[in-house]
Design a protein around this ligand. Structure first.
Ligand code: DHB
Ligand code: FE
Length: 279
């Protein structure tokens, strides 16, 4: 059966794509951010995943307000990105792992998750930038399964439900008849608010408690409603739901490999966590 080797959670601020394109990694503004990824690269070299399941939120590239699935799973042959207006260059296409996509879709629907199944799907900065942070040469050594969670149009799925989705994805991956080594990636957050009266809002204390909870009390954040999470983390800080789903997929025992937390990147508290599965 397939094995989940671990999980990674990272912010996905579009400005990261510009910094990569302009090779600003050693610039004083960017160095404390990019330096955080060196331990991730060492871990990836040794953990050698074959497949990545990516929990992320589409921001209007593939889904817009006219049609907004709560949960969507990709089952495409390939996934491309496209110009979102940020000026980030397009990256090489990602190869889908369709066998796992359909296994996930069948398993999740059997567990009463109502999904949108996407045999064609564009992926936005929330997918491409975390992949480029994992594999900076962008010669992707893995196949992918995108799992998209709505954090754009209310009502959003609760933290509890995203945790359960993550757990169900974990069960599905572990029951996939394959020798593949699977990594789970969750993208977004941490605290940030891009608009309105609280634009620029960041909550260091909450972010740090949340990061620690993923190690020693992983369902801690499920006690908060969506309005409470918005209040504590900002309107876009609710992207921490992807981190929670990622952690739900890992099972009970994890070992923290590394973490980084840096304020700010653009309007965002940028976080990174690398967790190895010990189950
Ligand atoms: C920013 C952060 C995001 O998560 C995003 O999707 C877009 C912009 C920002 O801080 O600029
Ligand atoms: Fe975002």
């Amino acid at each position: 059966m397939a094995k989940i080797i671990g999980g990674v959670a990272t912010s996905h601020v579009p400005a990261i794509g510009r910094a990569i394109a302009k090779e600003l990694q050693d610039d004083p503004y960017w160095a404390p951010f990019f330096e955080g990824y060196a331990p991730l690269h060492r871990w990836l070299a040794q953990a050698r995943p074959d497949v990545v399941v990516v929990f992320y939120n589409d921001h209007g590239l593939n889904f817009f307000l006219d049609k907004m699935p709560t949960f969507a799973v990709g089952a495409a042959e390939t996934y491309r990105n496209a110009d979102e207006g940020w000026g980030i260059p397009e990256v090489p296409a990602f190869t889908g792992q369709r066998e796992l996509s359909w296994h996930l879709i069948n398993s999740l629907v059997a567990e009463d998750f109502d999904l949108t199944t996407c045999q064609e799907m564009l992926v936005d900065h929330a997918f491409t930038l975390p992949m480029a942070l994992c594999w900076p040469d962008q010669d992707w050594p893995v196949t992918v399964v995108p799992v998209c969670i709505n954090t754009v149009q209310f009502p959003l799925p609760s933290a509890q439900r995203c945790w359960r989705l993550g757990e169900a994805v974990g069960r599905a991956v572990r029951s996939w008849d394959s020798e593949a080594r699977v990594m789970v990636l969750g993208t977004g957050g941490l605290s940030h608010q891009l608009d309105g009266q609280r634009a620029g809002f960041i909550n260091r204390a909450f972010d740090q408690q949340f990061m620690q909870s993923l190690v020693d009390d992983p369902t801690w954040a499920t006690r908060f409603s969506i309005p409470e999470l918005v209040e504590k983390t900002g309107t876009q800080g609710v992207e921490l739901l992807m981190w929670l789903a990622m952690r739900g997929a890992l099972g009970s025992k994890v070992r923290e490999v590394s973490r980084n937390y840096h304020i700010p990147i653009s309007n965002t508290a940028a976080g990174l966590m690398v967790l190895a599965s010990e189950d």
